[in-house]
Each structure stands twice: as C-alpha cells, then as structure tokens.
Design a protein around this ligand. Sequence first.
Ligand code: SF4
Length: 50
Amino acid sequence: MPDIKCNVTECNYNNDVKCNAPMIQVNRNHSSKSATSDETKCETFRPAES
Ligand code: SF4
C-alpha cells in the first residue's frame, strides 16, 4: 500500500495526516463519470472514536 496523505484528521484511520487503513475504497461522488477530484470520495472514512 503506498503512503496516502490525508488531511481528514477526524477520520478514525488517520494518523499524523496519513491514512493507516489496510486498504481504502474510493467511489464516485454524485457523478456517473467523475471529471474532478471533487467527484470522488473515500468510502472507508469512519468518524474518529473519542
Ligand atoms: S480512510 Fe479515507 S478519509 Fe480516512 S484517513 Fe484514510 S484516506 Fe483519509
């Protein structure tokens, strides 16, 4: 798994602005054919346990 930098520090898998999940699932976001990164989303996101 390559290093994934991720600024979503409120995600349970985030550690020091990097993704620690063993794999991630990225899907299209409100689009049938994404044209920009805004039209993708990380499905693996989980809220951090507090
Ligand atoms: S699971 Fe997705 S949102 Fe969470 S740290 Fe990894 S890349 Fe970021």
